[in-house]
Design a protein. Sequence first.
Length: 363
Amino acid sequence: MKRHWYAASKTQKHARRANKLRSREAAKFINMLLDQGFNLTLRPMKYPQFYEMYKNAIKNTWTVEEVDFSTDVNDLRNKMTPSERHMINRLVAFFATGDSIVSNNLVLNLYKHINSPEARMYLSRQLFEEAVHVQFYLTLLDTYIPDHHEREQAFAAVNNIPSIHKKAEFCFKWIDSIQNLHALETKEDRKQFLLNLICFATCIEGLFFFAAFAYVYFLRSKGLLHGLAAGTNWVFRDESAHMAFALDVIGEVRKEEPELFDESLTRQIVQMIGEAVDCEMQFAEDVLGLGVSGLSISNMRQYLEYIADQRFVMLGLPKVYGAKNPFDFMDLQDVQELANFFERRVSAYQVAVAGDVSFNEAF
């Protein structure tokens, strides 16, 4: 009897020890940013920086109706060359689909897995901003492409234009891999989510759109399409903030789960950004295919490699290309120039004059 009691006692002791170990292991995954579920507790606030980002985004509200396109139509008809008009047609065709891809990813993937109420507040605000961007690009299409058939072709660019189709395929390859995941239960699930977020931040918003902005600012440097440039400044500010938020989420996950950031993930990130550069180069060859004076394909490749290096650094990785910014006209994008730009167009920006206008993105 004594032996049975001892054996039972020993078994219970082992069970208690195992339960403690399981509890400790489980504790590692309690209240972390990628935990399953819906954390509804705003106080105490674990990630106050996300709440500050949300409040700053509210200060920076703008509407499409504030953008004046009146001189753009005259520029398109009377001041621009056929090759420049081709460039604009390709740009607005990309814009028509690009932000829709971003919005779908926000709703279907990011909101579900970032388990922080303050972060979800920011994502809700970001979704509103993406809708404003889609409206802006819709207005661009309606203004710049009056022909009904041509407009339909632009809206269907993802199917009709190979260079845009390739970019869409790239996006779906890297962001759709987690669409069927209801919870990030394993290390591999979490790494797949990180790849989705990194693709969204550094490749789609941080490279595809930033390259498109360069074409816009090139035309602005020639005194063309001031309405497009004005709206693009606001879109650029929003996209910079979206990228900063995503990179901050990645930084928090790195602090909480450093084991996810292994050599395998690094290799995939380098592969992904390299593929994004190749996709954008195919688009550049299309956009500049008719020859645009002052903007060469080789300079565009150098600029893309420069942006890619900036993204690597933001992710805590070494530069891959060692490229320098070849475009002097992008120097206009420093903080002082943008502050002056907004002062010159006071009537175009009424809502957010009380907030700071800050563009921290390095070109």
